[in-house]
Design a protein around this ligand. Structure first.
Ligand code: SF4
Ligand code: SF4
Length: 337
């Protein structure tokens, strides 16, 4: 497994990172097994968040006795000083450690949230204070709007950035990664399968792995998934393969949905999970879990087209900062399937 320098943190990390967001779905015994197996195989970047259910507790029980073997990242989605300070202190306790390598300000998608986090009584001051006291090493940011992340990297010296990057979500490569590279920010790319969707697993992971991201973060909850991710990244992507993977991605067409979740649907349609992977589904099909999610939304497509409050101006489209023709895409999917 390739080792990378995580930008200006100076930390050395494995190219494949372990995303611990799925630990709440498994038992403590299973978590012990899969996490120790991942460390044994050489994964040295572990990502969790205060918002991921009991992920921090399970992680703490499973591998805190091996704390020197991995770089640990957690996140706070609090925006005020006092709430974030409390949450970081809780994370230290749950993770059974006295030092967290990176704390990221989690899921910042709106300008007003960023401003709040940066205010004198905001979350960033709490992280700075914990850093000055030696409890955390670096401060990062995560979000779903790459062009805003690029601006914020210039506004505050974040050491790391966590963002979506996959065959169906390639936007960060142009809109954010050049800025991160210029500023030597550690780049962690998540969701190579776009959640539970992309069925051509190896190609999907290798597509993300062919980028300049230092860590490809994949959610794992079984030894089989660890092995599968390892196998996909066991050798570097050469130029010829990279061109093939990019051609495959370009063949999926543009949808421009960043998964910012500004939109919501009163009928329960999962709009980003509909827009982002729909062309991929047409060509390659989904993983079983993704297909189930898709069908849950598809059950409401006909009702969407008849929904009175959305006839003139679809509610979701009024909220979308990219002005995407969401209802037209749902119409296309209804007509074609
Ligand atoms: S247009 Fe359809 S998807 Fe959008 S909010 Fe209305 S019902 Fe939901
Ligand atoms: S459809 Fe628009 S508002 Fe909804 S997640 Fe995608 S980009 Fe964001």
């Amino acid at each position: 497994m390739k080792q990378n320098r995580l930008g200006r943190t100076g930390l050395t990390v494995s190219h494949l990172g372990f995303g611990a967001m799925h630990l709440p779905k498994i038992t403590q015994e299973e978590a012990n097994r899969v996490m120790n197996y991942a460390l044994d195989r050489g994964i040295t970047y572990i990502d969790t968040a205060a918002a991921y259910g009991d992920s921090e507790e399970k992680l703490g029980h499973a591998i805190s006795h091996r704390r020197t073997e991995f770089v640990l990242n957690t996140k706070t989605n609090k925006r005020t000083y006092s709430e974030a300070k409390q949450e970081i202190e809780n994370s230290l306790r749950k993770l059974k450690t006295d030092y967290i390598d990176i704390v990221q300000i989690h899921y910042v998608n709106y300008v007003k949230e960023y401003r709040q986090a940066k205010e004198p009584d905001g979350a960033i001051r709490a992280a700075e204070e914990m850093k000055n006291k030696g409890y955390i090493g670096h401060i990062g940011i995560t979000g779903h709007r790459p062009e805003l992340l690029a601006k914020w990297l210039r506004d505050y010296p974040f050491d790391t950035v966590l963002f979506h990057l996959s065959m169906v979500q390639p936007f960060a490569a142009k809109e954010m990664m050049p800025t991160a590279e210029e500023l030597d920010v550690g780049m962690i790319a998540m969701k190579p399968l776009s959640g539970p969707f992309l069925s051509r697993v190896t190609e999907a992971i290798r597509y993300s792995g062919s980028s300049n991201a230092h860590v490809i973060l994949s959610g794992m909850k079984s030894i089989e998934e660890v092995d599968m991710n390892f196998a996909a990244l066991d050798r570097e992507v050469d130029e010829a393969e990279r061109a093939e993977l990019f051609a495959m991605a370009e063949g999926l067409g543009e949808h421009n949905c960043r998964r910012c979740n500004y939109c919501s649907c009163p009928l329960g349609i999962r709009i980003p999970d509909t827009l982002i992977p729909s062309r991929y589904r047409d060509k390659f099909g989904f993983l079983a879990a993704g297909e189930k999610l898709w069908q849950d939304s598809a059950a409401h497509f006909a009702a969407c087209l008849a929904y009175e409050p959305c006839r003139e101006k679809p509610l979701c489209q009024q909220a979308c900062p990219y002005h995407l023709p969401i209802q037209d895409e749902i119409r296309r999917l209804t007509e074609e399937h």
